[in-house]
Design a protein around this ligand. Structure first.
Ligand code: FA5
Ligand code: MG
Length: 459
């Protein structure tokens, strides 16, 4: 581990990560286990499934400049302000984002590099692959460190008009160059929507439609390429032919694109969101000094795509150093479906607790805003509770042996008004069978930490 962090706790004034030093303040909420992921760089490790997936996607965007080494610690300005996040946006909250200090975060998305990359103006299209960090739920498709690929493509309106064409014509010519596919894509959405997903005042309807078509066809091409690679993966034991690819576009919202969409793929009985995208807010391009350029951007989850490609069942596996995992992937040979090593038994344990009734439960700066995405949040009656804090304690205590943490019951005492939550933890290692003693010990420490850190009262 190249990350040097003396874990002496709250008294610590600064931290050094790969030779860069950061002052710490009361915003600091990043545990050493998270910082230790910085040096892993899974997406550039030879023969790692994330590397192979990245390269496969990159091959669908010829001529786009690829950036794979951008450092994950960025300013709040890069991660949020430059993208037009409003000051009170939930994403900025310490319950959702890892801070080192008031102005410095572990990037929560590759979009943190959009403004700088547009400003450098080195190419019409670019791709940025990188590790990103979020305090988030725990289940088989969510992990606090994951990898995204950002992509963007812009066109110069003035250059088009100098050639006597409209920008829309130029873009449609480029749409025609994208390989055709014959899968059925559900896209019930209007090209843009006056209230929900407006066209920007700086753009004509023709321009938005052309940009959206280029964006959607480019990303459908990626999904089809991934699906074809997965399908030709050794015929024996592979994804059966009667499982056709199902893809759909849904409307979305991002502060830095409009209109915006998400692409979902049907996977193991459910719709899995694989990316978000949209027409770049012109203000970002204007601020970056390229006001004549218009275009699109997307951000996709590399693990989610790799899970589709290889049928990898659990996102924790990407971090495995077990040769039974790593030996299954190679850049030189065709894609083979991942063969899970035996499924070790699950062990479910519940914990129920009463929330603290006075405020300041989690200490520190306090919660900027509760996350709307979490299913259990409570800031009423003087409670200050966020589900992501439970998730983080589970990660800190149990590491990779926690598969899933779910709220299973919620209850308000009719007389006292006190609120109670019950969480069910699924303990399971991907690499071995856990002993009873071990899971009991972990669960006991988890319960104790809930008391110590969140001030809850166990039931
Ligand atoms: C974003 O991060 C936007 N920056 C994407 C974007 C870029 C939109 C450019 C428009 C223009 P979102 O939070 O939805 O959006 O994340 C994008 C993708 O990352 C998701 O679709 C999903 O595939 C993946 N993802 C999100 N959270 C996790 C997680 N905890 N674990 C694994 N993958 C995740
Ligand atoms: Mg999303």
């Amino acid at each position: 581990c190249q990350t040097r962090c003396n874990s002496s706790g709250s008294a610590q004034k600064e931290i050094s990560v790969e030779g860069k030093t950061y002052k710490l303040d009361e915003w600091m909420n990043t545990p050493p286990t998270i910082l230790s992921a910085v040096s892993r760089r899974l997406h550039v490790q030879p023969d790692h499934p994330l590397t192979i997936t990245r390269q496969l996607i990159e091959s669908r965007f010829p001529g786009y400049k690829a950036h794979n080494e951008l450092f994950p610690i960025v300013s709040v300005h890069q991660n949020f302000d430059s993208l037009g996040f409003p000051p009170d946006h939930i994403g900025r909250s310490r319950t959702d984002t890892y801070y080192l200090n008031k102005d410095t975060v572990l990037r929560t998305h590759t979009s943190a590099h959009q403004a700088d990359t547009f400003r450098a103006n080195e190419s019409e299209g670019y791709l940025i692959s990188a590790d990103v960090y979020r305090r988030d739920a725990i289940d088989r498709s969510h992990y606090p460190v994951f990898h995204q690929m950002e992509g963007a493509r812009t066109w110069d309106r003035n250059a088009a008009e100098k050639e006597g064409k409209t920008l829309a014509q130029v873009i449609w010519d480029d749409v025609a160059k994208i390989p055709k596919h014959d899968i059925k894509v559900e896209d019930p959405n209007p090209p843009h929507h006056a209230e929900r997903n407006p066209r920007q005042g700086t753009h004509t309807a023709e321009e938005v439609e052309a940009i959206a078509a280029h964006l959607k066809r480019s990303l459908e091409d990626v999904v089809v390429a991934i699906f074809n690679a997965a399908k030709t993966a050794s015929d024996a034991g592979s994804r059966s032919a009667d499982e056709p690819l199902r893809v759909r576009w849904v409307e979305a919202y991002f502060p830095f694109t409009s209109p915006s969409w998400e692409l979902e793929v049907f996977w193991q009985g459910d719709w899995l969101e694989v990316l978000g995208c949209g027409v770049v807010q012109q203000s970002i391009l204007i601020n970056a000094g390229v006001s004549d350029r218009l275009g699109w951007a997307f951000g996709l989850g590399l693990e989610r795509i790799a899970m589709l490609l290889y049928s990898i069942p659990d996102i924790r596996l990407f971090w495995s150093t077990d040769s039974r995992f790593l030996s299954q992937f190679s850049s030189d040979s065709p894609i083979k479906r991942f063969v899970p090593f035996s499924k070790y038994p699950a062990c479910f344990k519940d914990v129920s607790f009463w929330l603290k009734t006075s405020s300041n439960a989690a200490g520190g700066v306090g919660h900027v805003a509760p996350s709307a995405s979490a299913s259990a949040t409570s800031s009423t009656l003087g409670h200050s509770f966020h589900e992501n804090d439970v998730m983080e304690i589970a990660r800190e205590v149990c590491g990779e042996v926690v598969e899933d943490v779910r709220l299973v019951d919620e209850f308000v005492h009719p007389k006292t008004g006190r609120k109670s939550f019950c969480y069910r933890v699924n303990y399971r290692s991907l690499e071995r069978t856990l002993t009873n003693e071990e899971t009991n010990g972990l669960h006991e420490r988890f319960r104790q930490q809930l008391v110590d850190k969140l001030g809850v009262e166990l039931r």
